[in-house]
Design a protein around this ligand. Structure first.
Ligand code: UDP
Ligand code: MG
Length: 310
């Protein structure tokens, strides 16, 4: 394909054999009048996804499949797509039809109005439980408290970015500890947001379990805030002040001949102090681990091969 595509659609795929075909049909139908390219990133799928994607690419010259050498995670896969996209506007979306292709025209409209970024905000998730909604609320409260950048709640991994933002992501945001959605909100430029209704997953299962979501949340906080490191200083100062009071009290009591019997106090305080100490050491350890990861400069993803029908 020689023509520069107007839009690039970046879709990360991990074991989505039951949705790919339907997703592709709906997507290509929606954008058939715009010069497009579709970049599927196969994030180390172990099911039939790879073969299905290659089949689609063999029939549609506007579709490319970037096969990663193993599973690198959703964000790394999206970055692989963003790195390779040639369109003037780039849209990242999920393959499971939770990001409905039908809203793409309204995203493009914002782009033509001159916005550099179009954030898509979920109205509600049809498959979200009470617990996950609460957890998400708490997470945004916490990160907005800790981070100097304010994040939009309900922002999703469904967004449009233009060439300028793409260049920033390619050249300036190569951290190993990432929160892509956060980067996009931090980067500046003209932003628009559109609400959309996220339907339940079309087929298959969510790849984000509680453990992965927790990891994503902790990474996000570490990527955007160093405030947790102040915890040691704050608690240390409070405890220090308390210990002066207790110390003076004990000394005075000793001299007025009523020494305090302190066994319980000692046991309680010791165990409290030790646990606080260990937690704070753990937090410091986490940040050291992040630094360690960064200085190793390992690749964010590794490409096995790119399949396209030229
Ligand atoms: N995904 C991926 N790599 C992973 C996990 C997920 O590329 O390691 C893709 C997945 O195929 C889907 C998108 O990321 O297209 C979002 O995943 P999922 O629907 O499981 O997340 P949820 O919508 O439940 O947050
Ligand atoms: Mg999904």
């Amino acid at each position: 394909m020689n023509q520069t595509p107007e839009i690039s659609i970046v879709v990360s795929v991990y074991n989505e054999q039951n949705v790919i075909q339907t997703f592709y049909e709906k997507l290509s139908e929606t954008i058939k009048n715009i010069p497009y390219e579709i970049l599927f990133i196969n994030d180390g799928s172990t099911d039939e996804s790879a073969a299905l994607l290659n089949q689609i690419a063999s029939k549609d010259v506007k579709t490319k499949v970037i096969h990663l050498s193993r599973n690198f995670g959703h964000e790394a896969a999206m970055l692989a797509g963003i790195d390779h996209a040639k369109g003037k506007a780039i849209i990242c979306m999920d393959a499971d039809l939770q990001h409905p292709p039908s809203v793409i025209p309204s995203m493009l409209q914002k782009f033509y109005e001159g916005y550099n970024i179009v954030l898509m905000k979920r109205k509600q998730r049809a498959d979200a439980s009470f617990f996950s909604t609460l957890a998400s609320k708490l997470f945004y409260k916490l990160i907005n408290y800790l981070s100097p950048v304010k994040f939009e709640q309900n922002a999703s991994d469904f967004f449009l970015i233009d060439h300028k933002v793409q260049q920033c992501l390619i050249h300036n945001f190569r951290e190993r500890t990432r929160f892509l959605r956060g980067f996009i909100q931090l980067i500046g430029f003209q932003k628009a947001s559109i609400e959309f209704e996220a339907p339940a997953r079309f087929a298959g299962q969510s790849k984000y379990n509680t453990r992965k979501l927790l990891k994503l949340s902790i990474n996000a906080i570490a990527a955007f805030s160093d405030k947790p490191l102040n915890l040691g200083i704050i608690i240390g100062l409070i405890m220090g002040l308390g210990s002066v009071v207790v110390g003076i009290y004990s000394i005075v009591m000793y001299f007025v001949d009523k020494p305090v019997s302190g066994y319980t106090t000692i046991v309680v305080l010791m165990s409290l102090m030790f646990s606080i100490n260990l937690v704070i050491m753990g937090i410091i350890g986490k940040y050291i681990a992040y630094i360690f990861q960064e200085i190793k400069q390992r690749p964010i993803y590794i490409i096995d091969r790119i399949v396209e029908n030229k």
